[in-house]
Write a protein that binds this ligand. Structure first.
Ligand code: NDP
Length: 433
């Protein structure tokens, strides 16, 4: 705590992993002897930099850029970039730390990293976003490479931003190195299903958790928080799997539509018009918009928190449990506070942590890297089949690992232990690095 003062989210993420791995350390004293925990908690490299840019009126702004290259035992650093005014060192470190274990859990050869800036893209013109991305990449490019560090999107960084970032990388390095960023448009090395991946994968993971209890999405009322990339495609897949999403949100409030959220409309509002979720009711008068209240007051059987960290607390968990919620899948990273997680587990709610439930985004990014390396482009169907299988495997791995350690059904323990041991074993074999 002293070494990383003020980085509260980072402490929270480390605490959650360490809480799970006590039995592993007992079984493997070599991890303690070789100080694996101390090593794994210290990033291999952290970069902080100035991002100067000019707005449309000619005013100069200075933002702070970050990249934390946390662990490369299993492969090049891999993890998204977040542009949000709340971003600081502690955000990037918590996300980077989580990313190490999530990536290990996919079974694919990728290390863990994360980055971003305290830049707020909201209300900015396309040209302003472009100038910001160009300035950001002008510094970051020297730390990247398809064998070194491969960023992707996250909150505030979607297809538009990845395009500007890749354009600037290409320009200043004079290299068409398509494997250096993932989440690219199809016309310059992007992969099919990357846009849909995280949300689809989260729905698949929850389907597996439900199936393990003899249930399915059929007839289920579902609530999804957020209305960004993860939320939109989680809603789309839930509908395909037979559930009905009745509410979604953004930072201004939530919409409730008892007939089922019109996902195409949300996509158009958020991806094309860059409007607010409240505008939904102008197109669907039967729906209602509720400003500044927690979306978790809406009764549901399945909850998919897919907006941001710590958005679902103990009071929300109590409401969800009382309303008959039987499964929670984290589309976002660490959206559920530790006490809320405990409440769900004690109430017997199937709880899928982000490391497992939202791993399809990074897994499909790794598939994009494979396609870039072999100059190939796979079909939608083939890629989605691979994604679905990866999610089934992750579910099975978490389930079996928790079972092996006497904690059957505890996906938090399963994900942490499986991810941790994969990385720890590789670190032991690589020597003191
Ligand atoms: P987007 O920027 O596309 O969407 C974010 C959504 O969450 C928006 O609806 C936004 O509302 C809302 N939101 C963001 N911050 C806050 C906040 N502080 N309070 C309330 N609502 C907020 O991001 P993504 O969908 O890509 O990411 C969502 C989550 O999923 C993040 O935790 C991210 O780390 C995680 N994730 C994303 C992956 C991906 O592939 N994109 C992969 C794995 C995890 P508003 O517009 O009002 O800000």
């Amino acid at each position: 705590v002293e070494r990383n003062r003020g980085e509260n989210e980072f402490h929270q993420a480390v605490h959650e992993v360490l809480e799970s791995i006590g039995p592993v350390i007992e079984k493997h004293p070599e991890y303690a002897e070789q100080k694996i925990i101390e090593r794994i908690c210290e990033p291999e490299r952290q970069i902080t930099f100035r991002v100067p840019w000019e707005d449309d009126r000619g005013e100069v702004h200075i933002n702070r850029g970050f990249r934390v290259e946390f662990n490369s035992a299993l492969g090049p650093y891999k993890g998204g970039l977040r542009f949000h005014p709340s971003v600081y060192q502690g955000t990037v470190k918590f996300l980077g730390f989580e990313q190490i274990f999530k990536n290990a859990l996919t079974g694919l050869p990728i290390g863990g990293g994360k980055g971003g800036a305290d830049f707020d893209p909201k209300g900015r013109s396309d040209r302003e976003v472009m100038r910001f991305c160009q300035s950001f990449m002008t510094e970051l490019h020297r730390h990247l490479g398809e064998y070194t560090d491969v960023p992707a999107g996250d909150i505030g960084v979607g297809g538009r931003e990845i395009g500007y970032l890749f354009g600037q990388y290409k320009r200043i390095t004079n290299r068409y190195e398509s494997g250096v960023l993932t989440g690219k448009h199809l016309s310059f090395g992007g992969a099919r299903v990357r846009t849909e991946a995280t949300g689809y994968g989260c729905a698949y993971f929850v389907r597996e958790m439900l199936a393990a209890r003899g249930r399915s999405f059929n007839g289920m009322q579902v609530v999804v928080s957020g209305s960004g990339n993860v939320a939109c495609y989680a809603m789309e897949k839930v509908h395909q799997l037979g559930g009905t999403v009745v509410a979604c949100s953004d930072s201004s409030g939530y919409v409730y539509d008892e007939n089922g959220i019109d996902v195409e409309l949300v996509k158009r509002l958020k991806e094309v018009e860059r409007a607010r979720i409240g505008d939904y009711v102008e197109h669907r008068p039967a729906a209602k918009f509720v400003a500044d209240r927690s979306i978790w007051e809406v009764p549901c059987q399945v909850a998919l928190p897919s907006a941001t960290q710590n958005e679902l607390d103990a009071a929300d968990a109590a409401q969800l449990i009382a309303s008959g919620c039987i499964a929670v899948g984290e589309g976002a990273n660490m959206p559920t506070t530790p006490d809320a997680v405990r409440m769900f587990q004690e109430a017997g709610v199937a709880f899928g942590p982000g490391k497992a439930a939202n791993a399809a985004g990074v897994a499909t990014s790794a598939l994009e890297m494979q396609q870039n390396a072999s100059r190939d482009s796979w079909s939608f169907e083939f890629t989605e089949q691979r994604l679905e299988q990866i999610m089934k495997d992750i579910h099975a791995r978490c389930y079996a690992t928790a079972d092996e350690y006497g904690m059957a059904g505890n996906y938090v323990a399963g994900a942490n232990i499986n991810g941790f041991t994969n990385v720890a074993d590789a670190m032991l074999r690589l020597g003191l690095i």
